[in-house]
Design a protein around this ligand. Sequence first.
Ligand code: PEP
Ligand code: MG
Length: 591
Amino acid sequence: MFKGIAASPGIAIGKAYVLRQEDTPVPKREMRESDVPSEIVRFEEALIKTRAEILETQKKISTEIGESYGEIFTAHRMVLEDRAMIEEVISKLKKEQLCVEYIFSEVLKKYTEVFSRIDDEYLKERVSDIHDVGKRLLRNLLGKERDILSELKEEVIVVAHDLSPSDTAMMHKEKVIAFITDIGGRTSHTAIMARSLEIPAVVGLEVVTRTVKNGDLLIVDGNHGVVGVNPDSSVLNEYKKEKETFEEFEKGLLKLKDLPSQTLDGHVIELAANIELPEEIPSVIAHGASGIGLFRTEFFYLNRKDLPTEDEQYEAYKYVASQAYPNHVIIRTLDLGGDKFISHLDFPSEMNPFLGWRAIRFCLAKPDIFKMQLRAILRASIHGNLKVMYPMISGIEELREANGILNEVREELRSKGVPFAEKMEVGAMIEIPSAAMVCDILAHEVDFFSIGTNDLIQYSLAVDRINEKVAYLYEPTHPAILRLIKGIIEAGHTAGIWVGMCGEMVSEPHLALLLVGLGLDEFSVSPVAIPEVKEVVRSVYLSHAKEIAREALNLKTGKEVDIFLRNKLKELVPNLRNAKDAMWEEGHEIR
Ligand code: PEP
Ligand code: MG
């Protein structure tokens, strides 16, 4: 059994499918002169195979999405058919007598470097084409399976060193029944995506890809962050039982769907959901949320080669707004950067991407992209109860600049006679410590706050949210975090605005208990977590929750707060996940 970080709840039992690490080292094998002709044949066969694959993908994309998308692959074919490149590989093969994989990767490297240096936007963009095609060809030369998550034929548990949020978005929910990774933390976007897909996941296992082989039998316990590899029959049977019990318990919680989210003494808490994709709306409704507290729009921009058009965005926002109506939907403007990148927007590589050019900083620097999104949101606002919020606001200047652009867009639409909801609420995410410190100033120029604890914790405690090595320091219960949250809620209320939270912290039942007591107005959690959080809210008196929060704020360490809250939860709702964690760990041996 291996211990990692519990990233998405549930238990899965199945066969491992190990994904190759992206940059597999290419072997440098020496050849005899007599081997050269057969190396040339291998190269030609790989060229033919790769070309056939590209044509097949092109056909599929053209019919399923549209001709213009398929055209991207014409550029890929052109790279493959480049005579100069082919001749260079063959002549080097003859001269250097090394294996073709090595020669080809060297030529590829040279081409990429040359193209990256050219001061021409169009040619620079070809670098990613060369990369894509080069990788495909190398894969064929090395005889690797194509690691295409969307084309899996049977149910598997994906095992990977790392998965990007866009890999995860491509996973077939029916085929990928769980995943485990070497790196990552609970609030990395890959983990968040797993919760959206409602598949169990364990991340931060450090060396799992070195241990697990294709076809191994795995147990993934996403509730406790534990993975079993080829377990013996007694462990397997124990987990089969635990899986059944957990699924029964979850089903039972779903009965809360239509009951109000209010404390025992009638204090109503807005319980909304976080979504990544419009397709999640049915799940949101099935779990009984009262709206969408965070619609992360950047997933719209991933897994594609161009930007979504204004109309495409409008259609998606209109769909979400009308499906959720009369409940609200908070659309967060583009939050690219950090661990969410797209290749075609030419993001510079940065030493510290989480501290770099991301989110609102990127949008203010690219007003055309920002305005297009705001136009789509405003146009969709007449179809439901839409609100908008900006990510990564660090102070009042950025907020004013963003609001200024929003007003320009409103003005443009007005002058063209395009209708939009004049009273659409506008909020700021509070996820940077500086914003938390000056939120009394910010509160006067927005309609609401939404606390983004995933980032707020990362920045306040200086702990990279995706780095498993420092994950033990990532403590939502750290007294500094509790004080910040208390201050934000109080400043919001003093200024007469409501305060919500959309970071993952609010999804944890024992922390939800604390947040009820701190007076948080809106809880926005992943759809799977809604029933549990609702159960917590419905099990406590507001006055009792306040007392619990007061006591928690008097404790000195994150660990003490954590244990204190888990124990309180155990008293109030003994069957919930976090209340049972301590008991579970005592009864299991892990390494
Ligand atoms: C947050 O930072 O808490 C948040 C909700 O945003 P994201 O996880 O997308 O950065
Ligand atoms: Mg954030």
